[in-house]
Design a protein around this ligand. Structure first.
Ligand SMILES: [Zn+2]
Length: 78
């Protein structure tokens, strides 16, 4: 019964300005690390990252989505 009844979320990061990171992260900490890398990268260039963690199910969720709202759903802890 491995994983039965548990929706297996994946995570990505997305912001209206920065767009998505293009990854399907298996865990929230992995997505948080990606977010931090992007924030550091933006800070080096004098900007900031508007990305947030988004909850998705699979790669199809970041292949096509409404760019006004972003892929997947907002993460509850965000
Ligand atoms: Zn990422």
């Amino acid at each position: 019964m491995r994983g039965a009844g548990m929706p297996r979320f994946r995570f990505t990061t997305w912001g209206p300005v920065r767009g998505d990171c293009g990854h399907v992260h298996r865990t929230r900490p992995a997505a948080e690390a990606c977010l931090r890398r992007d924030q550091h990268g933006c800070a080096r260039q004098g900007g900031y990252s508007d990305r947030r963690i988004r909850r998705i199910f699979n790669r199809a969720d970041i292949a096509s989505y409404d760019i006004r709202y972003g892929p997947g759903t907002r993460d509850a802890e965000d």
